[in-house]
Design a protein around this ligand. Sequence first.
Ligand code: 3HC
Length: 301
Amino acid sequence: KRPAGAPDKELARKVTKVGVIGAGLMARQFALLFVRRLQVPVVITDLDQTATDAGVTAIHHEIDKLHEKGRLSSDDTNRLKALVTGTTNKADFADCDWVIEAIFEELGAKQSVFAEVEQHISDEAILATNTSSLSVEQIGSQLKHPERLVGFHFFNPVAVMPLIEVVKTPHTNDETLSTAMVTAKNLRKNAVITTDTPGFVVNRILAKVLGEAMHAVDTGTPFEVVEESTRPFGLPMTPFELLELVGLKVGAHVLDTHHAAFPERFFESENLHKLAELGFIFDRDSKGKAKGVSKKAVEIV
Ligand code: 3HC
């Protein structure tokens, strides 16, 4: 059955080479997914050579880990690693037919990086953004061809979370939407088509939960009480564990953008910004397992 609002899959363009803009936490994870599932070259770029190289090295390391777990043969390991390369020259994106960005959540930066990439790619190439809370339409407002832009929102951890939000703007054409839906399927993810509203669907709901949890702390409830109170819901993680997983800066940004869009309905949290500066909420053991809320986090709020 065709997902609600999805155009005919016959319209989908073939993806034979992927460009990834950004080499951070999310970009690394989905670059790995693209190379594993589509088995096509993936070229990755970041602000400078050091950041780009760090991204490529991290992806190669994850491919090695899959090999160690017995999930990839030696041949496949070497082949996949060779398919992942880095560049600081956007001209190397010229033959990419799918370019996706996951740089920091700043509208101007996303607009200009896409405008730059558009100078190098063919008119048929699709552009996708992994933004979690900016307007996809605004991100594409400086494009010559805004009809080729679509939101393609992954969730953390990318390898495990089954969903992709495909965000349609008023300009996104059927070929672009169809390519996004087929690509999501080829990545073995479930895709839903959402409208281009703040937080789309998932983050709108998540921002409520995380915002309420932070607000409880902001108004004097200890972290542990909020933790204990949310456990009966059977979610895989408590709100604070989830905030650490997505990144405290990203979490603070998500709350801020929801508060800006709907001030009556969403909280922002100064304390979350302070925790983001600290960099953690939980103390962890040498294997990374949370041992409990850090005294430093408690002192901050
Ligand atoms: N990266 C990659 N893989 C991971 C991972 C990570 N950070 N954490 C766990 N995994 C994998 C493990 O390798 C394992 O895979 P395997 O079975 O193939 O070996 C599998 O996930 C299960 O791991 P575990 O048994 O160790 O751990 P759990 O059963 O406790 O599950 C979890 C871990 C999947 C992270 C689970 O706690 C969970 O689903 N948490 C909620 C995550 C969530 O809600 N994410 C959405 C965040 S919102 C977002 O990203 C949007 C953004 O815009 C803000």
